[in-house]
Unconditional design. Structure first.
Length: 157
Protein backbone atom coordinates (compact mmCIF):
# COMPACT_ATOMS: atom_id res chain seq x y z
CA UNK A 1 0.00 0.00 0.00
CA UNK A 2 1.53 3.31 -1.13
CA UNK A 3 2.13 6.61 0.64
CA UNK A 4 -1.03 8.75 0.23
CA UNK A 5 -3.34 5.76 0.45
CA UNK A 6 -1.60 4.52 3.60
CA UNK A 7 -1.78 7.96 5.21
CA UNK A 8 -5.48 8.22 4.35
CA UNK A 9 -6.11 4.81 5.92
CA UNK A 10 -4.18 5.68 9.07
CA UNK A 11 -5.99 8.96 9.59
CA UNK A 12 -9.31 7.27 8.87
CA UNK A 13 -8.59 4.71 11.60
CA UNK A 14 -7.56 7.43 14.02
CA UNK A 15 -10.66 9.49 13.28
CA UNK A 16 -12.89 6.47 13.72
CA UNK A 17 -11.21 5.64 17.05
CA UNK A 18 -11.57 9.24 18.24
CA UNK A 19 -15.29 9.16 17.49
CA UNK A 20 -16.18 5.64 18.62
CA UNK A 21 -13.97 4.94 21.62
CA UNK A 22 -15.14 7.76 23.92
CA UNK A 23 -18.68 6.42 23.56
CA UNK A 24 -17.61 3.18 25.25
CA UNK A 25 -17.75 4.79 28.69
CA UNK A 26 -15.03 5.25 31.29
CA UNK A 27 -12.70 2.39 32.07
CA UNK A 28 -12.64 0.91 35.53
CA UNK A 29 -8.89 0.49 35.78
CA UNK A 30 -5.93 2.81 35.98
CA UNK A 31 -3.89 3.25 32.80
CA UNK A 32 -1.94 0.12 32.08
CA UNK A 33 -3.47 -1.87 34.94
CA UNK A 34 -4.92 -4.52 32.64
CA UNK A 35 -1.55 -4.92 30.93
CA UNK A 36 0.01 -5.64 34.31
CA UNK A 37 -2.79 -7.68 35.88
CA UNK A 38 -2.02 -11.19 37.09
CA UNK A 39 1.64 -11.05 36.22
CA UNK A 40 4.42 -11.07 38.81
CA UNK A 41 6.93 -8.25 38.85
CA UNK A 42 9.42 -8.70 36.06
CA UNK A 43 7.21 -11.09 34.10
CA UNK A 44 5.64 -10.25 30.78
CA UNK A 45 1.85 -10.40 30.87
CA UNK A 46 0.51 -12.99 28.49
CA UNK A 47 2.46 -15.79 26.90
CA UNK A 48 4.59 -14.29 24.15
CA UNK A 49 4.20 -16.47 21.06
CA UNK A 50 7.35 -18.36 20.10
CA UNK A 51 7.79 -16.44 16.84
CA UNK A 52 8.20 -13.21 18.84
CA UNK A 53 9.74 -14.48 22.09
CA UNK A 54 13.44 -14.13 21.24
CA UNK A 55 13.30 -11.10 18.96
CA UNK A 56 15.85 -8.37 19.66
CA UNK A 57 15.47 -4.87 18.26
CA UNK A 58 18.08 -4.45 15.51
CA UNK A 59 17.56 -0.66 15.64
CA UNK A 60 17.96 -0.23 19.41
CA UNK A 61 19.47 3.16 20.23
CA UNK A 62 19.60 4.29 16.59
CA UNK A 63 18.77 8.04 16.58
CA UNK A 64 17.21 7.88 13.10
CA UNK A 65 15.00 4.94 14.13
CA UNK A 66 13.94 6.77 17.29
CA UNK A 67 13.05 9.89 15.28
CA UNK A 68 11.02 7.85 12.78
CA UNK A 69 9.36 5.98 15.65
CA UNK A 70 8.48 9.27 17.28
CA UNK A 71 6.63 10.38 14.16
CA UNK A 72 4.79 7.06 13.87
CA UNK A 73 3.93 7.20 17.59
CA UNK A 74 2.47 10.70 17.23
CA UNK A 75 0.31 9.54 14.30
CA UNK A 76 -0.75 6.10 15.49
CA UNK A 77 -0.35 5.74 19.24
CA UNK A 78 -0.60 9.09 21.03
CA UNK A 79 -4.37 9.34 20.66
CA UNK A 80 -4.75 6.47 23.14
CA UNK A 81 -1.39 6.23 24.94
CA UNK A 82 -1.01 10.03 25.25
CA UNK A 83 1.60 12.38 23.87
CA UNK A 84 4.06 11.40 26.61
CA UNK A 85 3.02 7.72 26.72
CA UNK A 86 1.32 7.76 30.13
CA UNK A 87 -1.81 5.99 28.87
CA UNK A 88 -3.84 9.18 29.09
CA UNK A 89 -4.64 10.02 25.47
CA UNK A 90 -8.05 11.48 24.64
CA UNK A 91 -9.26 8.44 22.66
CA UNK A 92 -8.11 6.08 25.41
CA UNK A 93 -10.15 7.75 28.14
CA UNK A 94 -13.30 5.82 27.31
CA UNK A 95 -11.90 2.33 26.83
CA UNK A 96 -11.75 -0.59 29.22
CA UNK A 97 -9.06 -1.62 29.80
CA UNK A 98 -7.29 1.69 29.45
CA UNK A 99 -4.10 1.94 27.36
CA UNK A 100 -0.85 0.90 29.01
CA UNK A 101 1.47 3.42 30.64
CA UNK A 102 4.57 3.37 28.46
CA UNK A 103 6.38 5.72 30.85
CA UNK A 104 6.43 3.23 33.75
CA UNK A 105 10.18 3.16 34.45
CA UNK A 106 9.84 0.17 36.77
CA UNK A 107 7.83 -1.94 34.35
CA UNK A 108 8.82 -1.08 30.77
CA UNK A 109 12.47 -2.23 31.03
CA UNK A 110 11.22 -5.68 32.10
CA UNK A 111 9.30 -6.12 28.84
CA UNK A 112 11.35 -7.75 26.09
CA UNK A 113 11.74 -6.36 22.60
CA UNK A 114 9.85 -9.43 21.39
CA UNK A 115 6.95 -8.64 23.70
CA UNK A 116 6.69 -5.06 22.43
CA UNK A 117 7.01 -6.17 18.79
CA UNK A 118 4.26 -8.75 19.41
CA UNK A 119 1.87 -6.29 21.02
CA UNK A 120 2.35 -3.67 18.29
CA UNK A 121 2.03 -6.29 15.55
CA UNK A 122 -0.94 -8.21 16.93
CA UNK A 123 -2.73 -5.58 19.02
CA UNK A 124 -4.76 -6.57 22.02
CA UNK A 125 -8.07 -8.11 20.97
CA UNK A 126 -7.24 -11.47 22.60
CA UNK A 127 -6.76 -12.95 26.09
CA UNK A 128 -5.39 -11.85 28.46
CA UNK A 129 -5.56 -8.28 27.13
CA UNK A 130 -9.00 -7.99 25.53
CA UNK A 131 -8.30 -4.39 24.61
CA UNK A 132 -9.13 -2.24 21.62
CA UNK A 133 -5.49 -1.80 20.64
CA UNK A 134 -5.32 -2.34 16.88
CA UNK A 135 -2.93 -4.78 15.28
CA UNK A 136 -0.50 -2.57 13.39
CA UNK A 137 1.35 -5.51 11.79
CA UNK A 138 -0.80 -5.35 8.68
CA UNK A 139 -0.14 -1.64 8.18
CA UNK A 140 3.47 -1.25 9.32
CA UNK A 141 6.60 -2.93 8.02
CA UNK A 142 8.89 -4.85 10.33
CA UNK A 143 11.30 -1.89 10.29
CA UNK A 144 8.54 0.56 11.19
CA UNK A 145 7.52 -1.60 14.15
CA UNK A 146 11.14 -1.71 15.35
CA UNK A 147 11.28 2.09 15.00
CA UNK A 148 8.21 2.30 17.24
CA UNK A 149 9.82 -0.05 19.76
CA UNK A 150 12.96 2.12 19.69
CA UNK A 151 10.95 5.26 20.42
CA UNK A 152 8.75 3.62 23.06
CA UNK A 153 11.90 2.58 24.92
CA UNK A 154 12.76 6.28 25.33
CA UNK A 155 9.46 7.05 27.09
CA UNK A 156 10.37 5.25 30.30
CA UNK A 157 14.00 6.32 30.54
Amino acid sequence: MGGPRRIFLVFGLILMAAIVLPACGPGSEAPGEAMLADSPAGAEPGAVPEKYRDLVNPLAGDPEAIAAGSQAYASLCSQCHGSQGAGDGPAGAGVDPMPGDLTDSARMPTLSDGYLFWRISEGGSFDPFNSLMPSWGTLLSEREIWELVSYIRTLSS
